[in-house]
Design a protein around this ligand. Structure first.
Ligand code: UDP
Length: 491
């Protein structure tokens, strides 16, 4: 039975990881600006993050509360073979990651069906791409499912091509290059950079099967929603619909719905630095004089790699904000920092231990470059801020996003990572301080033509991003068209 009200009601079912949850919450807020009622489906673990966003929306003006929340619970641990911490994607080991990303979420199918059984049906469910099973779970209720694809159109199209043509099976080693077949640009890859790569065969098979399932769910869904905008990847947007045969809407950058300091500063998890303190620090700096370094919500560097980053930054002579996922231990030497580093860097470099208010920082005029792990949200937030980048992909779709930034859009320089790595062990080192220093200098010291071109390209993309979400822009129109289509389905 569908909702009787004439107001369009959409369920948003985000995956439990900041890189998926944050953009979907932004998306829900965006839908409400068009008069849609939004309900977020989540598990108790994530309620505080969701509530924070809803509260912010409530205080935003017209007094009409349009975002609701419904919780569903995992089966009791005793009834499953899930290990402790399965709900937390901040986990460190590869096996914990596999559990929290693939195995555990599938156990939400029954609770979701139960919820739909007992609730007025929404007109549509926007489900994260990592929940491919939602299509079958909702089929008997006749509710259309939109898949939220949280990566670039470029990377999704590459996935479709590689599953279809399997060029990676036709090379003789993990490091032998191959070209992505039937693709708008000539892009070379190696197996070591594929989202499904792992030197653990069991993990690799699990990833490949999951990627296939995700791809198939997109085909079987009502359509796919992307946090991207047409002008950023036009050849791939056309390719994805015309060659890959998907129905899709490009409605980003969704982060642009956070307009003021309050919104930007509170987005995502609880920030480890007071936003005003952060702004005060940035306000003392010249335009484009600070490089921001952050590797997203899931990076796990070992101490040796962090030490190389610190030394590379110091040698580059640049001012920086560096986000490190480490707690400060009082009266204890931090083995991942060179002796006296923070004292020497006082006023010049700021380390944020934990969670940074990223969009607030990127949008500040003092920030002139972004060293990023190439998570899609980070790339898009950097694009929106008009920033050139140093690309340092770690795993998943990040190597593909790097290709888009450095080879197609050409507003970034790679630091030189050659192999996907989920977790660093022991003293593994992927990038030396010399390479870090060189890339940061290339990004920030702009005396030559190539660097100026990169900076002006980034600025131009930033302007396009803003225009896309304004009235009459492509993302604005895509969202309106999607909403009209959903309304027509139920009229
Ligand atoms: N983020 C943030 N502060 C941090 C780390 C991450 O605000 O200290 C946000 C970032 O702005 C982005 C999201 O978390 O919206 C991370 O998503 P992304 O796709 O970039 O990377 P992931 O964490 O999924 O690897």
């Amino acid at each position: 039975m569908g909702s009787k009200s004439s107001q369009l009601h959409v369920f948003f079912f985000p995956f439990n990881a900041p890189g998926h949850m944050i953009p979907m919450l932004d998306m829900a807020r965006l839908f409400t600006t068009r008069g849609v009622k939004a309900t977020i489906i989540t598990t108790p673990f994530n309620v505080p993050t969701v509530v924070k966003t809803i509260e912010r929306t409530k205080t935003r003006g017209n007094g009409v509360v349009k975002i609701d929340i419904q919780t569903i619970e995992y089966p009791a641990v005793a009834e499953t073979d899930l290990p402790e911490g399965y709900e937390n994607t901040d986990s460190r080991t590869i096996h914990e990651k596999m559990t929290s990303f693939i195995t555990a979420p599938a156990m939400l199918r029954q609770p979701l069906e139960q919820l739909l059984q007992n609730h007025d049906h929404p007109h549509c469910i926007v489900a994260d791409m990592f929940f491919p099973w939602v299509i079958d779970a909702t089929a008997k209720f006749g509710i259309p499912v939109l898949v939220f694809n949280s990566t670039s159109i470029f990377s999704s199209s590459a996935g479709v091509s590689m599953r279809q043509y399997e060029p990676q099976m036709k090379v003789s080693s993990d490091s032998e290059p191959f070209v992505i077949p039937n693709f708008p640009d000539e892009i070379m890859l190696t197996r070591m950079k594929l989202p499904t790569f792992s030197d653990n065969k069991y993990v690799q098979t699990l990833f490949s099967n999951f990627a296939k399932e995700v791809g198939e769910s997109e085909v079987r869904s009502y359509g796919v929603v992307f946090n991207s905008f047409y002008q950023l990847e036009p050849a791939y947007a056309n390719h994805y619909t015309e060659v890959c045969g998907r129905k899709a809407w490009y409605i980003g950058p969704v982060s642009l719905c956070n307009k003021d300091v309050e919104d930007k500063g509170q987005r995502g998890l609880e920030s480890s630095i007071d936003k005003h303190e952060c702004l005060k620090w940035l306000n003392t700096k010249h335009v484009n004089s600070v490089v921001y370094i952050c590797f997203g919500s899931n990076a796990s560097f070992n101490d040796s790699q962090l030490m190389e980053i610190a030394m590379g930054l110091e040698a580059s002579g640049q001012q920086f904000i560096w986000v490190v996922r480490k707690d400060k231990k009082e009266n204890e030497d931090e083995v991942w920092l060179p002796k006296g580093f923070e004292k020497r860097m006082e006023g010049k470099g700021l380390i944020i231990r934990g969670w940074a208010p990223q969009v607030l920082i990127l949008d500040h005029e003092a920030v002139g470059g972004f060293m990023t792990h190439c998570g899609w949200n980070s790339i898009l937030e950097g694009v929106t801020a008009g920033l050139p980048m140093v690309t340092w992909p770690l795993f998943g779709d990040q190597f593909l996003n790097e290709k888009l930034v450095t080879e197609v859009l050409k507003f970034g320089v790679p630091v030189g990572v050659q192999q996907s790595c989920f977790e660093m062990s022991g003293n593994d080192l992927c990038i030396k301080k010399e390479a870090i220093e060189k890339a940061v200098r290339q990004l920030m010291e702009s005396e030559d033509q190539a660097k100026e071109t990169m900076r002006s390209r980034a600025k131009e993309l930033g302007e396009m991003a803003r225009r896309a979400v304004e009235e009459g822009g492509s993302s604005y129109s895509h969202l309106n068209a999607l909403i009209e289509e959903l309304k027509a389905l139920h009229s």
